[in-house]
Design a protein around this ligand. Structure first.
Ligand code: NAP
Length: 289
């Protein structure tokens, strides 16, 4: 019996990965949800999923959590925490406990790109290197921007306030967290994904200026789009109450989108899902309208 442990089980993508494993017919007693907050996972426990508590930063808690586990879905640690140590701990503890296969979600990088998104790129590269040299089977997944979180980059009320970003026509191929989680579940529950990398770009390209057009179409009223400088963007975010370091972080993502860092469409996500991903119009209609 293969035991699959999913980290970040209280979070959006980790919880959705577990739900897709269940939908695919993986017996609940083969699935383990991992988080620091066991009490927040009563809903999964009620479905028969085993819950194990631990912290990426607490090596002993990881050793306990990985007992008898065959596969680990490593939901990447959040930015502005020490992702290097946390991911290293997970891979090392997994190896020590006899885990066979780790699936890691990295962020997509354009081929040959030297772009660094601080808090992300260096720790992703480090994690991939540690994983590939660990001797464990690995699957590295390159995620695009989450389609259901793109409003973070512009405004929670774009209809009134328009979209103002330091970008213009640069394209990305986003996918929703639910679609990416379904792909995770497919990889975790079927054979043949060992020592592979997948680029999980969505089926459709979109730019920020096109997002404004799609919103205009849906709402039947003009939604303005303005290209501003990075400094203006950061100042605007700070005015809305966003901390400077977060505003700078969001700026580097927007500029990476504009630079085409996330436009790669390998078809891997479509193949794993067995269908096309949602169009951005569908995403907006589902989440925001
Ligand atoms: N591609 C993109 O556009 C994009 C955007 C945002 C984030 N991301 C990445 O995607 C990841 C998952 O996204 P999400 O939306 O599912 O995030 P989320 O809803 O914020 O969930 C994060 C999860 O990580 C767990 N976690 C954080 N630190 C931990 C620690 N020290 N020990 C154990 N568990 C820890 C949390 O568990 P507890 O707090 O319950 O312990 C939570 O379940 C993020 O962490 C980030 O690396 C990607």
């Amino acid at each position: 019996m293969t035991k699959i442990l999913v980290t970040g089980a209280t979070g959006a993508i980790g919880k959705s990965t577990i739900e897709h494993l269940l939908k695919k017919g993986v017996p609940s007693n083969q699935i383990i949800g991992f988080s620091r907050k066991k009490e927040s996972l009563k809903d999964l426990a009620a479905k028969g999923v085993e819950i194990r508590e631990g912290d990426y930063s607490d090596y002993n808690s990881l050793l306990h959590a990985f007992e008898g586990v065959d596969k680990v879905m490593l939901t990447s640690a959040v930015a502005f925490t020490d992702r290097f140590t946390q991911h290293y701990n997970i891979i090392t503890a997994a190896r020590q406990m006899g885990v066979k296969h780790i699936v890691y979600m990295s962020i997509m990088r354009k081929e040959g790109s030297g772009r660094i998104i601080s808090e992300v790129t260096d720790s992703d590269r480090f994690t991939e290197q540690v994983l590939k040299s660990s001797g464990l089977d690995y699957t590295v997944l390159y995620h695009p921007p989450f389609a259901d979180l793109l409003s973070f980059y512009y405004d929670s009320n774009p209809i009134e306030n328009g979209i103002k970003v330091p970008a213009n026509e640069g394209k990305m191929a986003p996918a929703t967290r639910d679609e990416l989680a379904e792909a995770h579940a497919e990889i975790l529950s079927t054979p043949g994904h060992e020592n592979k990398t997948y680029s999980l770009g969505g089926s459709y390209h979109i730019s920020f200026s096109e997002i404004a057009k799609v919103l205009s179409e849906i709402k039947g009223q003009p939604v303005s789009f303005t290209t501003i400088t990075a400094e203006e963007y950061i100042d605007g975010m700070i005015e809305k109450g966003v901390a400077r370091h977060v505003a700078e972080f969001l700026t580097s993502w927007v500029m990476a989108i504009e630079g085409g860092e996330f436009e790669h469409q390998a078809g891997d996500l479509e193949r794993l899902l067995g269908r096309k991903t949602k169009s951005f119009r569908d995403v907006l209609e589902t989440f925001f309208v």
